[in-house]
Design a binder for this molecule. Structure first.
Ligand SMILES: *[C@@H]1O[C@H](CO)[C@@H](O)[C@H](O)[C@H]1NC(C)=O
Ligand SMILES: *[C@@H]1O[C@H](CO)[C@@H](O)[C@H](O)[C@H]1NC(C)=O
Ligand SMILES: *[C@@H]1O[C@H](CO)[C@@H](O)[C@H](O)[C@H]1NC(C)=O
Ligand SMILES: *[C@@H]1O[C@H](CO)[C@@H](O)[C@H](O)[C@H]1NC(C)=O
Ligand SMILES: *[C@@H]1O[C@H](CO)[C@@H](O)[C@H](O)[C@H]1NC(C)=O
Ligand SMILES: *[C@@H]1O[C@H](CO)[C@@H](O)[C@H](O)[C@H]1NC(C)=O
Length: 675
């Protein structure tokens, strides 16, 4: 129970701020001419920024200047930090680190003279092949919601708007501008909408509507999507901006809730003027569009500090951000497997190391391609990272890119450990195969055939097939690691950093989408007929084995789970779960215990759904009491009820599963929800 006086203060606080930004926006709109209003609801091309609006100098209203993310400042701008991709940072499961990451993105963007960040991408990884999975937070709505909210708060703390994208159901790149995502209401609200709802609750300034259609109607002219679900049901107060060239009409779009066209003004300039004259669009709707834009400007402080500090040539990099890039990468590395404690490497034992693979040195894939591509100011390759880490030792390191397999085999045979860097890149606009390109699977098999101490390090955009998984004793996964690739991986290889990343996706050779209708669609109709069975929910429901489960990631130490306590207040409204985690190894380590809920069977939910995670660092021999609280929050114990058209809290017997991954449940309990 929240004491009543605190409750009032909270309500009053929100109320006062909301009124002031909205009133301020309305007041400015009342002073604008029709032409001035029209000048801020569309873009003016892709130069110098990837998107921009006009300033209204007479009223000191600054122009909006937009740049892409989310791996750093994208759009081929120079002198920016190349951070690891969001999927890597998400693998840290660290909300504090995600906030710091958001702050750094906002800061670099501001230094570049930009005030709108085109991220985060919170689309759920439904399709393993999706070319943009590296830009988002993985397959789980709860994890994505919690991490994305921190990212947004971080960006906006720097006086830069965040843009949550791509609204909605933009889960594949194949025919993305032609296909329709056909989905039922419950699935929308339980799988694909929660992260957007969380962004709205975090006061995200802007929301980008997607290329694809939803239920046959383009996202950017979809009344159900924009007006009903986003603005009315979620209460979004900012503005909706079209994805680049994703606007298809004037009055239909505007009346359906689109507030800004980018990057040009094909539909929302003269045509909008005419549509208003012809009474196809009300002038009050144009006022609403402008009020929403100005509301968001007021929210992040752009009306108070209209002057920009830098421009696109400013050097936004810093020693601090180089360090942060390394930390983010180190914290996002996932140790999938470590037989016979092959890792961490001891330079006194591993006196001959064979580094193999293109990503070891020649062309490291440190960033994804497409609008999210970041130009790294420098790249520490794995070979450089490893060599500099053991510079004081007599260890010999050899390198070959693996293209000529006999040479690689020979080097591996003559070493006492081989590290094979496998890689794949992707770009926006295309999906990819989950089979590694360039015969890398054969390379891995050839190496391990002669060198049992083979470590595989994967730099990939998402899930891959690992046909060699059983033969390889140690595997590290790090998606796109950013400019500090080599330093971060050698920190983990040599044990300076004890790995703690956890998979935000499931790795399995079985594709969860079984039919062409589900993916990539037939005649541009994509049926979301798997409904709630996305990611681990699918494998669990069908009882299928996986290569590595969602939430998996091990450490150089071991953790024991004990003393599960579940507390549910009799009058309803409060559920909390506590568990003791003990570090039973001999080095400090970090664990992320995960809480999965099992709904009463009549709720019709997948077997387990993530509802809590806490990242804790524990010294050897010590115990940390982890508490998962706030479980009573409306979405946590709810399902979407289509009759009520709202979340409905489920009563009855819930199961509580706490573990180190979705398939490594250590303790079970339960409670009766009587609310
Ligand atoms: C615009 O800013 C200038 C300088 O800060 C100030 O003098 C002027 O009064 C402002 N004008 C309006 C309309 O706010
Ligand atoms: C999509 O269609 C389903 C019914 O088939 C409906 O419940 C849902 O609200 C629709 N979503 C949108 C955004 O139109
Ligand atoms: C190598 O040795 C020097 C001098 O002892 C020390 O300053 C440096 O930190 C060492 N480097 C590494 C990578 O351990
Ligand atoms: C290797 O380097 C480490 C420091 O990184 C040092 O502690 C160790 O003694 C060195 N071993 C040899 C054999 O040079
Ligand atoms: C992609 O679009 C083209 C052109 O409309 C169409 O021929 C093709 O069938 C579509 N592919 C899918 C998977 O729907
Ligand atoms: C949804 O709510 C209605 C009205 O309260 C109720 O009758 C129905 O049983 C609920 N549906 C489910 C699936 O719980």
């Amino acid at each position: 129970m929240i004491p009543i006086n605190i409750f009032l203060v909270v309500v009053l606080g929100v109320f006062v701020t909301a009124i002031s930004h909205e009133d301020r926006a309305r007041d400015i709109v009342s002073k604008l001419t029709r032409q001035e209003k029209l000048s801020i609801v569309h873009g003016y091309g892709q130069l110098p920024y990837i998107g921009q609006t006009k300033a209204i100098k007479r009223l000191n209203i600054t122009a909006l200047r937009m740049l892409d993310g989310p791996q750093g400042i994208a759009d081929y701008v120079n002198k920016v930090t190349c951070f690891p991709c969001v999927l890597t940072v998400a693998s840290s499961w660290d909300i504090h680190l995600m906030r710091t990451f958001g702050e750094a993105l906002g800061q670099e963007q501001r230094l570049k003279g930009s005030n709108v960040h085109l991220g985060p991408d919170v689309n759920i990884a439904r399709v393993p092949e999706n070319g943009r999975n590296y830009e988002s937070f993985g397959e789980d709505p709860f994890l994505t919601s919690n991490l994305a909210a921190q990212y947004i708060k971080g960006v906006q703390s720097q006086g830069v708007m965040a843009t949550v994208k791509h609204w909605a159901l933009n889960n594949q790149e194949t025919n993305r501008s032609l296909c329709s995502s056909n989905v039922d209401e419950r699935t929308q609200w339980e799988i694909y909408y929660p992260a957007f709802k969380s962004a709205v609750d975090a006061e995200v300034a802007s929301c980008m509507c997607a290329y694809n259609k939803v239920n046959q109607t383009y996202s950017c002219e979809n009344d159900n999507l924009l007006n009903r679900d986003l603005k009315q049901k979620m209460g979004f107060k900012g503005f909706v901006v079209s994805d680049w060239i994703a606007t298809h009409s004037t009055s239909k779009s505007v009346n359906s809730g689109l507030d800004m066209e980018q990057p040009g003004g094909v539909y929302l300039d003269y045509s909008l003027d005419s549509a208003i004259n012809e009474n196809l669009v009300k002038e009050s709707r144009l006022d609403d569009m402008c009020s929403r834009i100005l509301y968001s400007m007021s929210l992040v402080g752009l009306l108070d500090h209209p002057e920009r500090t830098g421009d696109l040539l400013t050097d936004a990099t810093s020693e601090e951000h180089n360090k942060l890039s390394r930390t983010l990468s180190e914290q996002g590395i996932i140790l999938l497997k470590n037989e016979k404690n092959l890792l961490p490497l001891n330079p006194s034992v591993a006196t001959k190391i064979a580094v193999i693979g293109f990503d070891g040195h020649d062309i490291p894939d440190v960033a994804g391609e497409g609008s999210g591509h970041v130009v790294p100011p420098y790249v520490i390759t794995p070979l450089q990272g490893i060599k500099s880490r053991i510079s004081n030792n007599s260890t010999v390191v050899t390198y070959t890119n693996g293209q000529f397999v006999p040479l690689a085999v020979n080097q591996a045979k003559n070493a006492n450990v081989a590290i094979v860097f496998v890689s794949q890149n992707t770009a926006e606009g295309w999906d990819r195969s989950t089979v590694l390109p360039r015969n890398q699977d054969d390379l891995v098999r050839s190496i391990v055939a002669v060198q049992p101490n083979t470590i595989v390090v994967a730099h990939v955009p998402g899930a891959i097939q690992m046909p060699w998984v059983d033969q390889i004793p140690a595997i590290l996964f790090s998606f796109f690691p950013g400019q500090e690739s080599g330093n971060s991986v050698s920190s983990v290889l040599f044990g300076d950093v004890n790995p703690s990343g956890k998979l935000p996706i499931t790795l399995s050779p079985i594709n969860p989408l079984k039919t062409k209708l589900q993916y990539p669609g037939v005649d541009n109709q994509v049926e979301y007929s798997e409904k709630l069975l996305v990611g681990y929910r699918y494998y669990d429901a069908l009882g299928l084995g996986v290569t590595f489960p969602f939430g998996h990631g091990i450490s150089y130490t071991k953790f024991e789970y004990a003393n599960l306590e579940v507390y549910a207040s009799q009058c309803g409204g409060h559920v909390s779960v506590m568990v003791d985690i003990k570090n039973v190894g001999d080095r400090e380590g970090t664990e992320t215990p995960q809480l999965y809920i099992e709904f009463p069977p009549e709720a019709g939910e997948p077997p387990l759904v993530l509802r809590g995670f806490k990242k804790v660092t524990i010294k050897p021999g010590q115990v940390y009491k982890v508490e998962f609280d706030r479980l009573e929050e409306i979405q946590h114990l709810s399902i979407w009820n289509t009759t009520l058209s709202d979340y409905e809290i489920i009563r009855g017997a819930f199961g509580v599963h706490v573990g180190s991954s979705s398939r490594d449940i250590r303790l079970k309990g339960g409670f009766i929800n009587q609310l």
